[in-house]
Ligand binder design. Structure first.
Ligand code: CDT
Length: 316
Protein backbone atom coordinates (compact mmCIF):
# COMPACT_ATOMS: atom_id res chain seq x y z
CA UNK A 1 0.00 0.00 0.00
CA UNK A 2 1.42 3.40 -0.90
CA UNK A 3 1.06 6.07 1.75
CA UNK A 4 0.36 9.70 1.04
CA UNK A 5 -0.15 12.77 3.18
CA UNK A 6 -0.95 15.45 0.69
CA UNK A 7 -0.54 19.16 1.45
CA UNK A 8 -1.10 21.69 -1.31
CA UNK A 9 1.07 24.75 -0.82
CA UNK A 10 1.41 28.01 -2.72
CA UNK A 11 4.55 30.15 -2.71
CA UNK A 12 3.17 33.70 -3.04
CA UNK A 13 6.00 35.69 -4.56
CA UNK A 14 5.71 39.47 -4.28
CA UNK A 15 6.96 42.00 -6.76
CA UNK A 16 8.53 45.22 -5.50
CA UNK A 17 7.04 47.29 -2.67
CA UNK A 18 7.83 51.00 -2.83
CA UNK A 19 8.85 52.88 0.31
CA UNK A 20 5.75 55.03 0.00
CA UNK A 21 3.35 52.07 -0.38
CA UNK A 22 1.03 51.81 2.61
CA UNK A 23 0.81 48.55 4.55
CA UNK A 24 -2.89 48.53 3.70
CA UNK A 25 -2.09 48.50 -0.03
CA UNK A 26 0.34 45.62 0.48
CA UNK A 27 -2.26 43.66 2.48
CA UNK A 28 -4.62 44.05 -0.50
CA UNK A 29 -2.00 42.37 -2.70
CA UNK A 30 -1.53 39.60 -0.12
CA UNK A 31 -5.28 39.05 0.02
CA UNK A 32 -5.51 38.75 -3.78
CA UNK A 33 -2.76 36.12 -3.71
CA UNK A 34 -4.45 34.30 -0.83
CA UNK A 35 -7.75 34.08 -2.74
CA UNK A 36 -5.99 32.89 -5.88
CA UNK A 37 -4.07 30.29 -3.84
CA UNK A 38 -7.32 29.01 -2.37
CA UNK A 39 -8.91 28.84 -5.81
CA UNK A 40 -5.97 26.73 -6.94
CA UNK A 41 -6.56 24.33 -4.06
CA UNK A 42 -3.87 25.49 -1.65
CA UNK A 43 -4.08 24.54 2.03
CA UNK A 44 -1.32 27.00 2.91
CA UNK A 45 -0.02 30.17 1.23
CA UNK A 46 3.52 31.41 1.98
CA UNK A 47 4.54 35.08 1.72
CA UNK A 48 8.15 36.35 1.70
CA UNK A 49 10.46 37.83 4.33
CA UNK A 50 9.45 41.34 5.55
CA UNK A 51 6.38 41.07 3.33
CA UNK A 52 4.55 44.18 4.52
CA UNK A 53 7.04 46.87 3.50
CA UNK A 54 9.90 47.73 1.22
CA UNK A 55 13.15 46.00 2.25
CA UNK A 56 14.15 48.86 4.58
CA UNK A 57 17.64 47.60 5.67
CA UNK A 58 18.85 48.99 2.34
CA UNK A 59 18.62 52.49 3.86
CA UNK A 60 20.58 54.09 6.69
CA UNK A 61 18.26 55.86 9.12
CA UNK A 62 19.36 57.71 12.23
CA UNK A 63 15.89 58.42 13.53
CA UNK A 64 14.58 55.38 15.42
CA UNK A 65 10.98 56.56 14.96
CA UNK A 66 11.48 56.42 11.20
CA UNK A 67 12.85 52.86 11.47
CA UNK A 68 10.01 51.77 13.72
CA UNK A 69 7.42 52.65 11.06
CA UNK A 70 8.52 49.51 9.26
CA UNK A 71 7.83 47.34 12.35
CA UNK A 72 4.67 45.72 13.74
CA UNK A 73 4.02 46.08 17.45
CA UNK A 74 1.17 43.58 17.35
CA UNK A 75 0.08 40.72 15.13
CA UNK A 76 -2.60 40.83 13.96
CA UNK A 77 -2.66 44.62 13.87
CA UNK A 78 -5.51 46.76 12.56
CA UNK A 79 -3.74 46.72 9.16
CA UNK A 80 -3.12 42.96 9.03
CA UNK A 81 -6.37 41.80 10.67
CA UNK A 82 -7.94 41.38 7.21
CA UNK A 83 -5.41 38.66 6.38
CA UNK A 84 -6.38 36.67 9.45
CA UNK A 85 -10.10 37.19 8.81
CA UNK A 86 -9.82 36.08 5.19
CA UNK A 87 -7.64 33.08 6.08
CA UNK A 88 -10.27 31.94 8.57
CA UNK A 89 -13.12 32.51 6.10
CA UNK A 90 -11.29 30.57 3.37
CA UNK A 91 -9.87 28.02 5.82
CA UNK A 92 -6.34 28.47 4.52
CA UNK A 93 -3.11 28.61 6.53
CA UNK A 94 -0.37 31.14 5.86
CA UNK A 95 3.27 32.00 6.43
CA UNK A 96 4.12 35.69 6.81
CA UNK A 97 7.43 37.48 7.30
CA UNK A 98 7.45 40.87 9.04
CA UNK A 99 9.53 43.16 11.24
CA UNK A 100 8.55 42.52 14.86
CA UNK A 101 8.90 45.10 17.63
CA UNK A 102 8.51 43.64 21.11
CA UNK A 103 7.94 46.21 23.84
CA UNK A 104 8.43 44.73 27.32
CA UNK A 105 7.60 47.51 29.75
CA UNK A 106 9.58 50.04 27.71
CA UNK A 107 12.45 47.70 26.82
CA UNK A 108 12.24 47.36 23.04
CA UNK A 109 13.54 44.44 21.00
CA UNK A 110 13.40 44.18 17.23
CA UNK A 111 13.44 40.98 15.20
CA UNK A 112 13.14 39.85 11.59
CA UNK A 113 10.30 37.41 12.18
CA UNK A 114 8.07 34.93 10.37
CA UNK A 115 4.94 33.22 11.65
CA UNK A 116 2.82 30.26 10.66
CA UNK A 117 -0.92 30.75 10.99
CA UNK A 118 -3.34 27.82 10.86
CA UNK A 119 -6.67 27.56 9.03
CA UNK A 120 -8.44 28.90 12.12
CA UNK A 121 -6.26 32.04 11.93
CA UNK A 122 -4.27 31.16 15.07
CA UNK A 123 -0.54 31.88 15.19
CA UNK A 124 0.95 28.45 15.77
CA UNK A 125 4.65 29.10 15.21
CA UNK A 126 7.06 32.01 15.38
CA UNK A 127 10.63 32.16 14.13
CA UNK A 128 13.08 35.05 14.56
CA UNK A 129 15.90 35.24 12.02
CA UNK A 130 19.21 33.99 13.38
CA UNK A 131 21.73 34.61 10.58
CA UNK A 132 21.56 38.38 10.06
CA UNK A 133 23.62 39.37 7.00
CA UNK A 134 25.18 42.70 6.17
CA UNK A 135 26.69 45.28 8.51
CA UNK A 136 25.79 47.46 11.50
CA UNK A 137 27.38 50.79 10.53
CA UNK A 138 26.62 53.10 7.64
CA UNK A 139 28.88 52.16 4.72
CA UNK A 140 28.36 54.94 2.14
CA UNK A 141 30.68 53.28 -0.40
CA UNK A 142 27.99 50.67 -1.08
CA UNK A 143 25.47 51.22 -3.87
CA UNK A 144 22.88 50.42 -1.18
CA UNK A 145 23.04 49.41 2.46
CA UNK A 146 22.28 46.04 4.06
CA UNK A 147 21.80 47.06 7.69
CA UNK A 148 20.10 43.99 9.13
CA UNK A 149 22.82 43.77 11.80
CA UNK A 150 21.90 47.31 12.87
CA UNK A 151 18.12 47.09 12.85
CA UNK A 152 17.55 43.56 14.21
CA UNK A 153 18.70 41.42 17.11
CA UNK A 154 19.73 37.82 16.51
CA UNK A 155 16.64 35.64 16.91
CA UNK A 156 16.18 34.04 20.31
CA UNK A 157 13.76 31.22 19.53
CA UNK A 158 16.06 28.69 17.84
CA UNK A 159 15.02 26.69 14.79
CA UNK A 160 11.78 25.21 16.08
CA UNK A 161 9.58 22.65 14.38
CA UNK A 162 5.83 22.49 14.93
CA UNK A 163 3.13 19.96 14.24
CA UNK A 164 0.82 21.72 11.77
CA UNK A 165 -1.01 21.22 8.49
CA UNK A 166 -0.78 17.45 8.97
CA UNK A 167 3.00 17.35 9.24
CA UNK A 168 6.12 18.76 10.88
CA UNK A 169 6.74 22.34 9.78
CA UNK A 170 9.78 24.59 10.22
CA UNK A 171 10.71 28.13 9.25
CA UNK A 172 13.93 29.98 8.59
CA UNK A 173 14.50 33.29 6.83
CA UNK A 174 16.54 34.34 3.81
CA UNK A 175 20.23 34.30 4.77
CA UNK A 176 19.55 31.31 7.08
CA UNK A 177 19.06 29.26 3.91
CA UNK A 178 22.74 29.53 3.04
CA UNK A 179 23.76 27.79 6.29
CA UNK A 180 23.47 23.99 6.51
CA UNK A 181 23.09 24.25 10.30
CA UNK A 182 19.67 25.90 9.89
CA UNK A 183 18.22 22.94 8.02
CA UNK A 184 20.01 20.31 10.10
CA UNK A 185 18.70 21.60 13.43
CA UNK A 186 15.20 21.29 11.98
CA UNK A 187 16.08 17.96 10.34
CA UNK A 188 16.99 16.64 13.79
CA UNK A 189 13.41 17.39 14.85
CA UNK A 190 12.02 15.43 11.89
CA UNK A 191 10.99 18.45 9.83
CA UNK A 192 8.94 17.66 6.72
CA UNK A 193 8.45 21.14 5.24
CA UNK A 194 10.58 24.27 5.65
CA UNK A 195 9.25 27.74 4.76
CA UNK A 196 11.88 30.30 3.69
CA UNK A 197 11.02 33.87 2.72
CA UNK A 198 13.75 35.97 1.15
CA UNK A 199 14.81 39.40 -0.16
CA UNK A 200 18.00 38.78 -2.10
CA UNK A 201 19.59 41.61 -4.07
CA UNK A 202 21.28 40.41 -7.26
CA UNK A 203 24.23 42.69 -6.46
CA UNK A 204 26.32 41.96 -3.39
CA UNK A 205 28.52 45.06 -2.90
CA UNK A 206 31.39 43.31 -1.05
CA UNK A 207 31.55 40.51 -3.66
CA UNK A 208 30.23 41.69 -7.04
CA UNK A 209 31.89 38.65 -8.64
CA UNK A 210 29.05 36.58 -7.12
CA UNK A 211 26.28 38.62 -8.77
CA UNK A 212 25.93 36.43 -11.85
CA UNK A 213 25.51 33.40 -9.58
CA UNK A 214 22.69 34.77 -7.37
CA UNK A 215 19.97 32.53 -8.79
CA UNK A 216 22.26 29.52 -8.89
CA UNK A 217 23.21 29.94 -5.23
CA UNK A 218 19.53 30.34 -4.29
CA UNK A 219 18.69 26.98 -5.89
CA UNK A 220 21.87 25.30 -4.76
CA UNK A 221 21.39 25.90 -1.03
CA UNK A 222 17.68 25.16 -0.91
CA UNK A 223 17.89 22.00 -3.01
CA UNK A 224 20.81 20.75 -0.90
CA UNK A 225 18.98 21.64 2.34
CA UNK A 226 15.88 19.76 1.20
CA UNK A 227 17.69 16.61 0.08
CA UNK A 228 20.17 16.38 2.96
CA UNK A 229 17.38 16.75 5.50
CA UNK A 230 14.70 14.80 3.63
CA UNK A 231 12.27 17.71 3.72
CA UNK A 232 10.14 19.79 1.41
CA UNK A 233 11.42 23.37 1.05
CA UNK A 234 9.38 26.39 -0.03
CA UNK A 235 11.44 29.43 -1.03
CA UNK A 236 9.45 32.64 -1.47
CA UNK A 237 10.95 35.83 -2.88
CA UNK A 238 10.19 39.49 -2.78
CA UNK A 239 11.45 40.07 -6.27
CA UNK A 240 12.08 42.63 -8.95
CA UNK A 241 13.36 46.19 -9.07
CA UNK A 242 12.51 47.60 -5.64
CA UNK A 243 13.58 51.20 -5.00
CA UNK A 244 16.39 50.89 -7.55
CA UNK A 245 17.68 47.53 -6.24
CA UNK A 246 17.10 44.39 -8.33
CA UNK A 247 16.13 41.37 -6.23
CA UNK A 248 16.05 37.78 -7.45
CA UNK A 249 12.78 35.90 -7.95
CA UNK A 250 12.63 32.17 -8.67
CA UNK A 251 10.34 31.39 -5.76
CA UNK A 252 10.26 27.63 -5.73
CA UNK A 253 8.99 24.43 -4.18
CA UNK A 254 11.53 21.65 -3.74
CA UNK A 255 10.84 17.99 -2.95
CA UNK A 256 12.78 15.91 -0.39
CA UNK A 257 14.55 14.36 -3.38
CA UNK A 258 16.09 17.77 -3.98
CA UNK A 259 14.11 18.14 -7.21
CA UNK A 260 12.41 21.37 -8.15
CA UNK A 261 8.67 20.76 -8.59
CA UNK A 262 7.37 24.33 -9.15
CA UNK A 263 8.92 27.72 -9.78
CA UNK A 264 7.75 31.28 -10.47
CA UNK A 265 8.81 32.71 -13.80
CA UNK A 266 8.23 36.46 -13.33
CA UNK A 267 9.60 39.07 -10.92
CA UNK A 268 6.14 40.21 -9.85
CA UNK A 269 3.24 39.04 -7.69
CA UNK A 270 2.91 35.40 -8.74
CA UNK A 271 1.96 32.05 -7.25
CA UNK A 272 3.60 28.71 -7.79
CA UNK A 273 1.69 25.78 -6.40
CA UNK A 274 2.50 22.15 -5.68
CA UNK A 275 0.68 19.19 -4.22
CA UNK A 276 3.23 17.88 -1.76
CA UNK A 277 3.19 14.37 -0.35
CA UNK A 278 4.76 14.72 3.09
CA UNK A 279 5.35 10.97 3.09
CA UNK A 280 7.90 11.44 0.31
CA UNK A 281 10.25 12.47 3.13
CA UNK A 282 10.10 8.95 4.57
CA UNK A 283 12.22 6.99 2.15
CA UNK A 284 15.07 9.51 2.58
CA UNK A 285 14.64 9.77 6.36
CA UNK A 286 14.69 5.95 6.63
CA UNK A 287 17.61 5.22 4.30
CA UNK A 288 20.34 7.59 3.10
CA UNK A 289 19.52 10.19 5.77
CA UNK A 290 18.58 7.90 8.63
CA UNK A 291 20.26 10.22 11.12
CA UNK A 292 20.11 7.81 14.07
CA UNK A 293 21.84 5.13 12.07
CA UNK A 294 24.45 7.12 10.18
CA UNK A 295 25.27 10.41 11.90
CA UNK A 296 28.43 10.66 14.03
CA UNK A 297 27.85 13.71 16.22
CA UNK A 298 30.97 13.04 18.32
CA UNK A 299 32.96 13.84 15.19
CA UNK A 300 31.17 17.13 14.61
CA UNK A 301 32.05 18.85 17.90
CA UNK A 302 33.80 21.76 16.19
CA UNK A 303 30.50 22.82 14.68
CA UNK A 304 29.21 23.98 18.05
CA UNK A 305 32.55 24.68 19.75
CA UNK A 306 34.04 26.98 17.11
CA UNK A 307 32.48 29.94 15.28
CA UNK A 308 35.13 30.98 12.75
CA UNK A 309 37.68 28.87 10.94
CA UNK A 310 41.04 28.38 12.65
CA UNK A 311 43.78 26.96 10.50
CA UNK A 312 45.55 23.77 11.59
CA UNK A 313 49.01 24.28 13.10
CA UNK A 314 51.79 23.86 10.54
CA UNK A 315 53.73 20.59 10.79
CA UNK A 316 57.27 21.34 11.97
N1 CDT B 1 17.53 39.32 3.36
C1 CDT B 1 18.67 38.63 3.31
O1 CDT B 1 19.01 37.92 4.25
N2 CDT B 1 19.42 38.78 2.20
C2 CDT B 1 20.71 38.18 2.06
C3 CDT B 1 21.60 38.99 1.19
C4 CDT B 1 23.00 38.66 1.47
S1 CDT B 1 24.04 38.99 0.16
C5 CDT B 1 24.78 37.44 -0.08
C6 CDT B 1 20.63 36.76 1.48
O2 CDT B 1 21.32 35.90 2.02
O3 CDT B 1 19.97 36.54 0.49
Amino acid sequence: MTMARMLTVAAAQLGPIARTDSKASVVKRLLALMREAKALGADVVAYPELALTSFFPRWYFEDQAQIDQFFETEMPSPETQALFDEAKRLSIGFHLGYAELVDNAGSKRRFNTAILVNQQAEIIHRYRKIHLPGHDQHEPWRAFQHLEKRYFEVGDLGFGVVNAFGGLMGVCICNDRRWPESYRVMGLQGVEMIFIGYNTPVHNPPAPEHDALSNFHNRLVMQAGAYQNASWVLGVAKAGLEEGVMQIGQSQIIAPSGELVAQCSTLGDELCVARCDLDLCLSYKQTTFNFERHRQPEQYRLIVERRGAQLPLQNT
